[in-house]
Ligand binder design. Sequence first.
Ligand code: NAD
Ligand code: UD1
Length: 343
Amino acid sequence: MKNKILVTGGAGYIGSHTCIALHQAGYDIVVYDNLSNSSREAVNRVSSLIGQPIEFIEGDIRDAESLRQVFAEHQFFGVIHFAGLKAVGESVAQPLKYYDNNVSGTITLLEVMAEYDVKNLVFSSSATVYGDPERLPIDENSPRSCTNPYGQSKLTVEHILEDLAVSDESWNLIPLRYFNPVGAHPSGQIGEDPNDIPNNLMPYISQVAVGKLEKLSIFGNDYSTVDGTGVRDFIHVTDLAQGHVAALSYLEQQAVPVGFLPINLGTGKGTSVLELVTAFSEVSGEDIPYQFADRRAGDIASCYASADKAKDLLKWQAELSITEMCQDTWRWQSMNPNGYNAT
Ligand code: NAD
Ligand code: UD1
């Protein structure tokens, strides 16, 4: 029988791509999302891409009763937990909203999982938990620290998961620490759809390329990097999606519980902001006007993963290049200049 997976936040950017990968790998999925940062249209498009309706429940992870109904109705092998808020600036302005949603919401989810004896969890953590890294590439044993409430909410959940694994050895808790997810499904049907002016680099570049935004500001050109601009480990969202499938399949193969097992999902390669702008311009054939601006508060010079643990344990590694990340972002952006909104 196919294992059934609850996907919280499955209507969002990474969740929607992961639903496709899970379906292709033979899992049954149930998506649970409050649509606070996504649209029903994303779920509809995933359904058409996989050629069958997705079981979708509109609900909030802070609503224990609603979760209980879902767990009572389905026998889950485990949960992939994407649901969360992710805007760093907003988290500084509204910290309580972030702690409530990301931390309290996760506690409620874990409590309901425990009630129904579902002890397998893959959690969306972030490279942000490494703060300003002491050494590169960043491995999973690097010290953790955070400078904003969003990052702190991810780190707090990691601490909660560690404590939980100590308290009860039957849990399998894998925080996947994503580096910088970019790109879109190769069909151009689903992708990242920021609500407002994007905070992150790739959606900003693609909106400049499509003519929605005038000019990119590059935050800092005096870092000690290859060309003075920030360096990041960009990873294609479909590679990231496969990483979740690999984590689940790893859990299915374990004879004894793994406890708390953090794993980086990155390519292991750093790319500078200017290198990404150049690659995008080449792929799209569009000019990307930019200007240099001051460094952004809280930014670090360079951040890229050691991807060894994922390769050793999960037998997973990222396959897609920066060119493919730009091509797929551009296809999504040019086919859907207004994201999931038709107008
Ligand atoms: P997203 O906003 O597109 O997806 C998150 C989904 O969770 C949305 O569909 C939203 O409606 C839903 N959601 C939020 N709060 C909820 C709640 N209380 N109950 C139910 N659903 C809720 O974001 P994403 O980029 O797909 O990120 C997924 C996860 O990965 C998040 O937890 C994010 O913090 C984490 N992450 C993202 C990145 C990135 O660069 N995108 C990097 C590292 C970690
Ligand atoms: C940011 C968040 C991080 C979060 C991640 C994914 C901050 C400080 N960090 O990471 O917590 O996990 O997004 O959501 O916000 N850049 C520009 N111009 C722009 C936008 C970005 O030059 O308009 C530069 C940045 O200075 C950085 C690089 O591009 O050097 C990548 O930025 P971004 O895409 O926002 O990701 P991170 O800062 O790595």
